[in-house]
Design a protein around this ligand. Structure first.
Ligand SMILES: O=C[C@H](O)COP(=O)(O)O
Length: 320
C-alpha cells in the first residue's frame, strides 16, 4: 500500500484583520473542561486502535533536533521513516508501503536526510529562523529559510517572535510571518507558536489567526524545547482557530502538536480530537502531523500487541 505525501502549500493567506484578531477569545475554564473530558475517556474502541495507530504513523514528522545530531543518526532516522514498523508487522498488516509523514531536522542535517529519502516521496522538514528561540537577526532568519529550501527541504518549520504576541504587536507578527512565507517559496511552511511561552490561551488563539492570515500552511504548538509543550487545552484553541479560519476563508490549515508526545494512547486522543473538532478531512498527513522524536517506538509496541492479541481480526476496520 503506497501512501503518497502531499506538500503543496494551500493557504494563500489574507490581509490582517485586526478586528477579528481582537475578537478572538478563549474561555479557559470551558476549554479545560473539554480537554479533561478528551484526556480521560477512552478515545478509540479497542478493536479499532491498530487502524488508528497506523494512521498516526503516517502523520508523524519523525524528528531529531539535538546538538549532537550526526549524518549517521539522521540516516538511521530516515531508515525508520521509510520502514516505520518491523518487516513482519508490516507484512502481517499488508502495509509494506507505510511511511511516516516526514523527517524533521536542523538545517545542517538536510543533505543527509534528502539523500537517504531519495525516491521515497517522504519530505524533509527543516526547523528554521533561529530555532528554537527565534531571536537571531531578522535578515539571517530569512536567509536561513532560503538556504534550507535550496538544500532540499520541502517543509520549513519557522518559529515566531514570541515578543510580538506578548506585546500585542499583531502587525509585526503578521509582517514577520508574511516574510517567512515568501522566503519559503513552494515549500510548505509551519508556524511554531511556542504556546508554552505565550502567556494565555487568548494569545494562542490570536497568534494562530494572525499566522494563518499571513499564509501559514500549518500551525504548530511548540519547538519541544519549551518547559511546557503540546497540551490538550492549547490544541483545542488552535484547532478551533483553524476551523474558524476555514469557515471564513475556505482555506484548510494543518495542525501539528509537538513536544513531549511519546505515548500511543496520547496519539489516539489527538486523532480523536481532530476527528471530532475538524472532521475526517483533517485526519491526513497533508493536514495533520505529530512532531515527535520518540512516539514511534511506543506505537510499534502497541501495534504488535494488537496484531498478536485478541483484536487481530479487526485492524482493517475503518476508523469509528
Ligand atoms: O518538533 C518536534 C519536537 O521538537 C519533538 O519534540 P519531542 O522530542 O519532545 O518529541
Amino acid at each position: 500500500m503506497h501512501l503518497p505525501q502531499t506538500v503543496e502549500p494551500r493557504n494563500p493567506g489574507m490581509d490582517l484583520d485586526l478586528d477579528w484578531v481582537m475578537r478572538a477569545q478563549a474561555n479557559t475554564s470551558a476549554i479545560e473542561r473539554r480537554a479533561a473530558q478528551l484526556g480521560t475517556r477512552r478515545s478509540v474502541k479497542k478493536e479499532y486502535q491498530a487502524a488508528w495507530l497506523l494512521k498516526a504513523v503516517t502523520c508523524i514528522d519523525l524528528t531529531t533536533l539535538s546538538g549532537d545530531d550526526t549524518a549517521g543518526r539522521v540516516r538511521r532516522l530516515c531508515a525508520k521513516a521509510r520502514q516505520p514498523l518491523r518487516p513482519d508487522l508490516l507484512e502481517a498488516l499488508d502495509m509494506q508501503g507505510l511511511t511516516t509523514g516526514a523527517v524533521c531536522v536542523y538545517h545542517e542535517m538536510i543533505a543527509p536526510a534528502v539523500a537517504a529519502l531519495e525516491g521515497t516521496g517522504i519530505p524533509v522538514a527543516a526547523v528554521s529562523t533561529g530555532f528554537p528561540a527565534g531571536l537571531s537577526p531578522f535578515d539571517l532568519r530569512v536567509k536561513e529559510i532560503e538556504a534550507s529550501v535550496a538544500a532540499g527541504a520541502k517543509e520549513i518549520d519557522i518559529v515566531i517572535s514570541r515578543r510580538h504576541v506578548l506585546t500585542g504587536n499583531w502587525q509585526a507578527l503578521y509582517d514577520e510571518m508574511r516574510a517567512f512565507r515568501a522566503a519559503c517559496g513552494a515549500a510548505h511552511v509551519k508556524a511554531i507558536l511556542a504556546t508554552g511561552e505565550l502567556g494565555s490561551l487568548r494569545n494562542v488563539a490570536r497568534a494562530s489567526l494572525v499566522c494563518m492570515m499571513a499564509g501559514a500552511d500549518f500551525i504548530k504548538t511548540s519547538t519541544g524545547k519549551e518547559s511546557v509543550n503540546a497540551t490538550l487545552p492549547v490544541s483545542l484553541v488552535m484547532i478551533r482557530a483553524i476551523r474558524e479560519y476555514h469557515e471564513r476563508s475556505g482555506a484548510r490549515v494543518g495542525y501539528k502538536p509537538a513536544g513531549g508526545i511519546s505515548k500511543a494512547k496520547d496519539a489516539l486522543v489527538y486523532l480523536s480530537m481532530i476527528k471530532e473538532e475538524l472532521g475526517d478531512r483533517w485526519l491526513s498527513p497533508d493536514l495533520f502531523r505529530f512532531g515527535a522524536s520518540s512516539l514511534l517506538g511506543d506505537i510499534e509496541r502497541q501495534i504488535e500487541h494488537h496484531i498478536t492479541g485478541a483484536y487481530s481480526a479487526a485492524y482493517r476496520h475503518p476508523m469509528g
